[in-house]
Design a protein around this ligand. Structure first.
Ligand SMILES: Cc1cc2nc3c(=O)[nH]c(=O)nc-3n(C[C@H](O)[C@H](O)[C@H](O)COP(=O)(O)OP(=O)(O)OC[C@H]3O[C@@H](n4cnc5c(N)ncnc54)[C@H](O)[C@@H]3O)c2cc1C
Length: 1016
């Protein structure tokens, strides 16, 4: 008996032989597309520009715009394409209408190599042709990027229409193989789950399933009546568990339990795909009705690796291509071994993967008609033909729709065809030998492990450890880049959902507890308390924290002053380690702290987790930064003299924090002061005093000495004001409102009798942040990001979007989709996972925001206000005002709630002028696909943090040092390389080292601080 490998080779050679009789036109040398692809494979920079240009093209309206973009994208290119572009641009200047049209025509021609038709009627022509070639079909409706429930309803309606048309048009068609037709209905439709519910949150599978089931049932009933097959496609990893659960739920329930014509996709590039498949098979056996699995490698490799690296998650996909190939084969075997319950479809263009399935099916004696090969429309034509000739069942995946909604699909195909690692490129563009093409992927892996081959791919199993190859790390890599952020919690993992639920229920049992203030390590109850309440349910007291009065304040200043004399001489290494221990404790108590934030400040799960992550990052980042700046540094190399530059702490720091990032901001300011050698009086916001008490507990457990950190909750107007004015307070670190910030700034400027230092104020205030959406912006992204930036955490982030600036040109399109998106965001109690808009912090904020909404109604036009927000708790409906003018109050004053003011402008000049026309300069956003406009926005928008083509909230420590100027702050950057310098005074020590004309040749680098007495 021959080995499986030689059987695979035999099958593979036969396929390749048949393929070579009809080479693939996609990879031939002629034609516009072929030339572009050849260039893309040669030149990564060209490929990047080309794909970006293709991405923007369908949304450009006039020929002039098209030509301008062409020039912006390609004019600087220096390669074989340059003459063509320059000629094109010259022609375009003379006759833009002509070149615009030609380009659009060419690109849509390319796109239509991958898109089978504009609509259901259109695609039927293609299906008929394939029928003549004995190739079946599955039709996929393009348009997966939905931003609102209106759009998901439209998608569902299109699915029904598609089923109807296909059933009608294929009446009388028979199975191409003429056997096992009961397993393979003629009409086969592939559905994308994400297109049926716009608010899917990986943290809340139950909510997603509750919304998806009613959307799917009519489609499934229709399909069943018409004898059709429905397949659930698999999308990004974030949606995988929900898709699997949904599949098992619907097809396990009574109505569809006995329906065999349902299938789902398994992606072999996922590390957990084997356990998912085993689980599905087990479920299928219990269900006792056949179902189908389409096995693919997976189409979102780049997306998954980038997302994992950005969030510091373990990467869910394999990092080496042969790992995916080998796993595809392992899963192939699993599927075929369970053929009695699962019908397999192999979705691959890779001849080795296909041949392996064929050989293994032969080994098990499975008839060729009981499984199928599926290939994409426009790809691998000769392979399809070869498989038909060999007597296999072949189905083509045919996407249907317009180019604009189909763009992400189209770009995925372009990436796939030009990928260095792809089979199609290897076979058709690079003519790799048959032996190589048919090689066992396990053999390649083994060789790679043994060092006989170069590392097969650049990403390691853990994306935290190695950066993505495209990051282009060079020797000039910025210093911040050496810092690795703490990971975010992935609430897509069931385990993390369970931990969060448990933490919430445990926290509920602790509500109402009393917390002391802490002076010199002593826990003190003053007899007066600050009650912190749950904004979702104001009768629930989260905790009561002892309130400091003037007497406690005086005591705290004294002990902090005394403790300073010792703490300032504590080596920075010890202080850095204190912060690292605190970070470890927060990490250990992560879910508990998140749960507390949900109750105390109404943060949705992911926002609460983001806040804890930021607090951990502040600790670790500042510890690292202190090590960087702690040692004295030689200023210059001058013979005979040593001059060392170094820093001293300032003294006693008074930290005043807001409630909206109750742990992160308090922790950031406090740890910055501590690690630089200052002693601290820490005052949390009254509304988040329990979070403050937790931070005190954590830093004490980490080992902060008594007196070095003192916890003093109290009334800002009483003890806060007293401390700001205190002669023995040397530094004030404040984050909060402009009103209070300016008062502190002014008051700190007055020198009081006995004061030793000029007070330093680190001052972060509010914003009136603008986002501009350019005419060519990707609206699928812009709407989702703007909606989140404005409504996420109820608009209570200082970075939140508050003014949306729209060009006349796209005003109507954006408004229509934005309003629908606002109507779809989830509003509710943030104890539920997946909520976007919870309650605002307290009754005062609630009333103030409602007042602004009244002002908006009198000044501008109410374009949209959400109805039906929860009646209990401080819930404000997401609100959008249009016809807003720059001088109106709602365009100038900070509202700090889920309210957007929309301003319409003529052009980008006016947009930038309006964006810059406020007192504030905190964050700003710009959505555009014009390289020139992006460069201009980067240069001209006045904000401390300018974000391009992404949300304007969610700054990450080290990566996006955060803080503004003008009336937004004093220009310090939390989480940035310069931040610690605010807490220090620089000092230079110079020594003449010459003695009678002789001097050492070199001054030594100091390895230690200037500490006295010297430590061993
Ligand atoms: C009919 C059909 C339906 C499909 N449906 C889906 C679907 O629902 N969901 C989905 O995600 N995809 C789907 N795909 C797309 C499919 O995932 C890709 O076309 C497929 O991965 C290409 O694999 P291949 O075997 O044809 O080619 P190959 O060239 O052998 O493999 C390319 C694949 O290898 C993987 N890969 C590339 N580089 C690496 C690396 N460094 N490390 C690890 N793995 C790597 C990627 O998955 C890449 O797509 C479908 C494909 C077909 C044909």
């Amino acid at each position: 008996m021959r080995s499986l490998q030689s059987e695979i080779e035999q099958h593979g050679r036969r396929i390749l032989q048949l393929v070579d009789q009809h080479p693939d036109s996609l990879f031939s040398k002629a034609g516009f597309y072929q030339r572009l692809m050849a260039l893309s494979m040669r030149d990564e920079q060209f490929k990047l520009q080309l794909f970006r240009f293709v991405d923007v093209l369908p949304s450009l309206h006039g020929s002039r715009e098209i030509v301008e973009h062409l020039e912006e994208y390609f004019a600087g290119m220096r390669d074989g394409f340059a003459p063509f572009v320059h000629a094109g641009v010259r022609l375009a200047r003379v006759a833009p209408w002509l070149s615009g049209r030609v380009l659009r025509w060419n690109v849509s021609g390319v796109a239509h190599q991958f898109i089978a038709g504009k609509n259901a009627g259109d695609v039927v022509k293609t299906l008929r042709k394939r029928r003549a070639q004995k190739i079946g079909f599955t039709v996929d409706l393009l348009g997966e990027a939905v931003v609102s429930e209106t759009e998901t309803d439209e998608y569902a309606a299109r699915c029904l229409d598609l089923l109807e048309t296909l059933a009608r048009e294929t009446r009388g068609w028979t199975d191409p193989l003429g056997r096992n037709s009961d397993l393979f209905p003629i009409v086969n439709v592939s559905i994308k789950i994400s297109a049926l519910y716009s608010q899917i949150s990986p943290a809340d599978p139950a909510d997603a399933i509750a919304h998806l089931v009613p959307k799917l049932l009519p489609i499934l009933r229709h399909a069943r009546q018409r004898g059709a097959f429905i397949n659930f496609d698999m999308e990004s990893y974030a949606h995988k568990n929900i898709t699997l659960e949904l599949f098992k739920k619907i097809f396990g329930d009574r109505e569809f339990k006995d329906w065999p014509h349902a299938g789902i996709v398994i992606q072999a590039y996922l590390r957990d795909s084997e356990s998912d498949l085993r689980n599905l098979i087990e479920w299928g056996r219990e269900r006792d009705t056949r179902f189908a699995v389409r096995l693919v490698k997976g189409a979102y490799w780049d997306h998954e690796t980038i997302r994992a690296a950005q969030n510091h998650w373990n990467c869910p996909v394999y990092s080496q291509k042969p790992e995916s190939d080998a796993n595809f084969e392992a899963l192939t075997r699993l599927l075929l071994e369970n053929e009695s319950v699962v019908t397999a479809a192999f979705g691959s263009h890779n001849v080795r993967s296909i041949a392996h399935a064929q050989a293994f099916a032969d080994e098990l004696g499975i008839d060729r008609g009981r499984f199928e090969f599926q290939l994409l429309y426009g790809m691998g034509g000769p392979i399809k033909r070869a498989l038909v000739e060999m007597g296999y069942r072949v189905r083509e995946y045919c996407p249907v729709g317009e180019l604009l909604p189909g763009m992400s699909y189209f770009v995925r195909r372009l990436l796939e065809n030009t990928s260095n690692e792809g089979f199609l490129r290897a076979k058709f563009a690079e003519n790799i030998s048959e032996d190589e093409l048919l090689r066992d992927p396990r053999e390649l892996l083994q060789k790679s492990r043994n060092g006989l081959l170069p590392r097969l791919n650049n990403l390691t199993t853990n994306a935290m450890k190695e950066p993505h190859p495209s990051y282009n790390l060079s020797l000039d890599t910025p210093p911040g880049d050496t810092y690795e952020n703490a990971p975010l919690t992935s609430f897509g993992q069931q385990e993390n959902q369970d931990k969060m639920r448990k933490a919430l229920s445990e926290m509920r049992t602790r509500l109402g507890k009393e917390y002391p203030l802490v002076i010199n390590g002593e826990k003190i109850f003053t007899g007066k308390t600050i009650a912190s309440i749950n904004p979702s349910s104001p009768e629930d007291v989260v905790g009561a924290v002892a309130e400091a009065g003037i007497a406690e304040t005086e005591r705290a200043v004294k002990v902090a002053r005394d403790a300073f004399e010792k703490w300032r001489w504590t080596p920075f290494e010890q202080r850095s380690q204190l912060l690292e221990r605190a970070a470890a404790i927060m990490d250990r108590r992560r879910f508990e702290l998140s749960a507390l934030e949900v109750f105390e400040v109404g943060k949705p799960w992911t926002e609460a987790d983001g806040d804890i992550r930021e607090a951990i990052d502040f600790c670790l980042f500042y510890a690292q930064q202190m090590r960087r700046i702690g040692r004295p540094r030689l200023t210059q190399h001058v013979p005979g003299e040593e001059s060392y530059y170094h820093y001293w702490p300032r003294g006693v720091a008074f930290v005043i924090a807001p409630w909206n990032f109750p742990l992160a901001i308090l922790c950031g300011m406090t740890t910055a002061a501590l690690v630089t050698g200052n002693t601290v009086i820490m005052k949390p916001a009254e509304q988040s005093a329990v979070c403050g008490a937790m931070l005190m507990e954590i830093l004490e457990e980490a080992g902060v000495p008594p007196g070095v950190l003192n916890f003093l909750p109290g009334k800002g107007s009483v003890m806060g004001a007293h401390l700001v004015d205190h002669k023995d307070v040397d530094l004030i670190a404040f984050t909060g409102s402009r009103e209070v910030g300016l008062r502190i700034w002014q008051s700190a400027g007055i020198t009081r009798p006995g004061q030793r230092e000029l007070k330093r104020v680190v001052c972060e205030m509010g914003g009136k942040n603008a986002v501009i959406i350019d005419a060519d912006a990707d609206l699928d992204e812009a709407i989702v990001d703007c909606s989140y930036s404005a409504f996420g955490y109820q608009g209570q982030k200082c970075s939140a979007l508050s003014r949306l600036i729209l060009l006349e040109e796209n005003y109507d399109r954006v408004m229509e989709r934005l309003i629908k998106a606002a109507a779809s965001v989830r509003v509710g109690n943030p104890e539920e996972p997946g909520i976007t808009v919870g309650p605002v912090i307290d009754e005062t904020a609630y009333n103030r925001i409602l007042e602004y909404i009244q002002i908006g109604k009198s000044e501008a036009r109410l374009a949209y206000q959400r109805e039906g927000v929860p009646p209990k708790g401080f819930f404000i409906p997401p609100t959008i005002f249009s016809d807003v003018k720059p001088n109106m109050r709602i365009a100038r004053e900070e509202i700090f709630g889920p309210v957007i003011s929309v301003l319409k402008v003529r052009d980008l000049d006016e947009a930038i002028a309006v964006a810059n026309g406020t007192d504030y300069a905190l964050t700003a956003g710009f959505f555009s696909r014009s390289p020139a406009n992006i460069e201009r926005a980067k240069a001209q928008i006045e904000a401390g943090n300018v974000y391009v083509n992404r949300s304007c909230t969610g700054a990450v420590v080290g990566r996006h040092p955060f803080g503004g100027f003008k009336m937004s702050g004093s220009g310090t950057k939390a989480g940035g390389a310069d931040y610690l310098l605010q807490f220090l005074v620089p000092r230079v020590v110079t020594e003449n080292i010459t003695r009678h004309g002789f001097a050492p040749e070199q001054a030594p680098e100091y390895r230690d601080e200037f500490l006295w007495p010297k430590r061993q």
